[in-house]
Design a protein around this ligand. Sequence first.
Ligand code: GLY
Length: 308
Amino acid sequence: MTVNEIRQKFIKYFEGKGHVVMPSSSLIPKDDPSVLITTAGMQQFKKWFSNEIKPKYPKTLTIQKCVRTNDIEEVGDKTHLTFFEMLGNFSFGDYFKEESIKWGLEFVEKELGVDRSRIWVSIFAGDDKTPRDDDSEKIWQSLGITDIREFGREDNFWGPTGTEGACGPTTEIYVDDIEIWNLVFNEYYMQPDGILLPLESKGVDTGAGLERVAAKINDLKNVFETDELFQIVKTVQKLSEKTDTKAEKIITDHLRAATFMLADGIRPSNLDRGYVLRRLVRRAVRYGKLIDIKEQNMCSKVAEKIIE
Ligand code: GLY
C-alpha cells in the first residue's frame, strides 16, 4: 500500500465517521508563542481543546506536516524522522474513548489489513497526579484485545505542546515492536507551573505517523523504504560516491524537513526556528561531505525531488 493510498483511506474512513477534513496547518504555529514549530496535529486545535476558542466543528481530521528535532540523533534508524506527516482524527467534546478506540482498531485491522496476532496495546498505568486508565482497558477487552500493557507518564501521557495546554493519558496501538497509533484523551489543561486542571469538555487527539504506518504494514525494514521517501534516498544515492545508508537517510530526512520549513516561510538564522532550519541544513551538508558528494548544489538537487 503506498503512502498516498494510506492517506486516502484515512480520509475516507474518518470522513465516513463524520469528521470534517481540514488542511494541514503551517509549520509556523499561529498565535502560540509557547512553541517554535508545529510538532503535532493538535497544534492548530490547541485553543479548541482548551475552549479558548469555540470549536468550529465537533470532529475533524487532518494530515499534518510536523517537525520534531528532539530525537535528531536517532534519525537513520527504523522509525525516526525530523519531518513527518501525522494522521489525526480529533474530537472536541464529541466522542471519547469508546469510539476512538473502536475506530482506531477497525482502521488498523480492516483498512490497513494488520493481522490481530501482531497487535498489542498500551494504557496509562496511573500515578500520583492522574488515575490509571481503567476505562480504556475495559474497552480494549470488550473488543477482544488481550495483550494490554501499562506504562507510566513518560510513555502514556501526552502533551501539552509547548509550556501549557491540553494534555492527557494515552492509549496506543503497537504492531509487533512499533507504536503506530496514539490516542490522546485530552482531559486536562497543564498550566506553565505543571499543575493539571480538568478541562471543561474532553477531547480526543490522535497521532499516527504516516511513514511509520506505511513501513509497518508493508513489512519494510525502515521508514526510508516507504515509496515517497525511497525516491529521495535514491536521488541522494545518485549524487554520492560512497555507499553509506545512514548518511543517505539523514540527508533525505533533514533536507525534506528543510524544504517544507522553507516552503512555510522559515528562513535560516541564528535564532529560534531559523536556527533549527540552519542546523538541519548544516547537518545534511556535513553528511554529504562524509559520503563524498561533489555536487555543489546538493541541497537544491535533492529539494527538487522532494518538491516533486
Ligand atoms: N498529539 C499526539 C501525538 O503526537 O501522538
